[in-house]
Design a protein around this ligand. Structure first.
Ligand SMILES: *Cc1c(COP(=O)(O)O)cnc(C)c1O
Length: 340
């Protein structure tokens, strides 16, 4: 069975061997304050900087999920409230979550702007030029949810103060770990707010990570797998090129070789890493079932588009032969049962 589900998504095939390695060598039983374990954390942080081309002065921490990052931003980085220009289900969820912690009173008072770079629910993305405009117009911190694009696309990191992603999407790993990246400016804001109330208060996490440790026992297996995958993948510039080319090919494929309608009409809004395809409820149900029979899992729709779209992950762990197999399926499916 091959999967195009956009999260949890296909893991790199090598992960099986890395997991075995972690158990056999005993890494998973190491104390998280032991020198050996700290070396793994240190190497993971170094590789993240290197492979993703993250500026040297941006800090890194590993936490449990992207949802936890939403919480950390609201608790430790937001003075009054946050502003959420959103276009899909994850952006809305983030806003609702953040406003439960720091309620919105007056929009003009917001000191953090929260942007979902890649809206996994409907296959849209906020490009770097839009982010650059936000940067010019907004004087506070900018936080970017890049859960379904970090590891696939190259970013201009300087356009935001906080970036984060859980690892089960574009990074091709099992769930239960997230990467949190924050600028010196974000750290200064955390120091001003001085939130130390929670186990995951950013200053607390930051101080622990300065020693390559965590406040609590971390997901050691997840960190080890992240380190091994980072060792294996090429630098982000190369991955970015591949992902953009595959995205262009996917969109061209749907427009010229099928009758399916893309959910997003404007090409400049379309995501490079999650492709959303629209149809009637009947068509969507049928294509998902028939794909399953052919050994292919398509992503369900999400939120408002749950039953009227299917989604295809365009993540780096997916291999060329898998993409060809899905294209062949969709081509022949087209002839057997025209969708429109
Ligand atoms: C999946 C997803 C999340 C939630 O990630 P968790 O690891 O489940 O917390 C948040 N934002 C976006 C854009 C996502 O795609």
């Amino acid at each position: 069975m091959i999967t195009f589900y956009p999260g949890p998504s296909k893991v790199y095939p090598q992960v099986a061997a890395y997991a075995q390695e972690a158990v056999r060598s005993g890494v998973v039983s190491w104390n998280h304050r032991s020198p050996g374990f700290m070396d793994i954390v240190k190497e993971t942080v170094r590789l993240l900087h290197e492979k993703l081309a993250i500026p040297a002065d941006y800090h890194l921490a590993l936490v449990s999920s992207a949802t936890e990052c939403w919480e950390i931003i609201a608790q430790s980085l937001t003075v009054t409230t946050s502003l959420h220009p959103y276009g899909g289900a994850f952006g809305k969820k983030w806003m609702e979550y953040a406003h439960r912690i720091k309620p919105m009173i007056l929009p003009g008072e917001a000191d953090v702007l929260c942007v979902v770079q890649n809206e996994t629910s409907n296959g849209t993305q906020v490009r770097m030029d839009t982010l650059a405009n936000f940067r010019q117009e907004f004087s506070g911190l900018i936080a970017v949810d890049a859960v379904s694009s970090l590891g696939g696309l190259a970013f201009d990191w300087s356009l935001a103060d906080v970036w984060f992603a859980s690892v089960q999407k574009c990074l091709g790993l099992p769930a239960g770990l997230a990467v949190l990246i924050y600028s010196p400016q974000a750290l200064r804001q955390a120091e001003v707010i001085n939130d130390r109330q929670y186990y995951n208060s950013l200053l607390f996490v930051h101080e622990n990570f300065a020693n390559y440790q965590t406040p609590y026992t971390p997901n050691g297996l997840g960190i080890y797998l992240l380190m091994r995958v980072l060792q294996q993948i090429p630098g982000i510039a190369e991955v970015d090129q591949l992902i953009r080319k595959r995205a262009t090919d996917w969109y061209r494929f749907f427009e010229t070789e099928t009758n399916w309608k893309l959910l997003i009409d404007q090409p400049e809004l379309r995501s490079d890493t999650v492709i959303a395809v629209q149809g009637s409820e009947e068509q969507i149900r049928a294509v998902k079932t028939d794909a399953q029979k052919a050994g292919i899992t398509l992503g369900n729709g999400y939120g408002n588009w749950k039953s009227t779209t299917f989604r295809i992950a365009n993540f780096p762990a997916i291999e060329e032969w898998e993409i060809e197999k899905l294209k062949t399926f969709l081509r022949t499916y087209e002839l057997a049962a025209p969708p429109v």
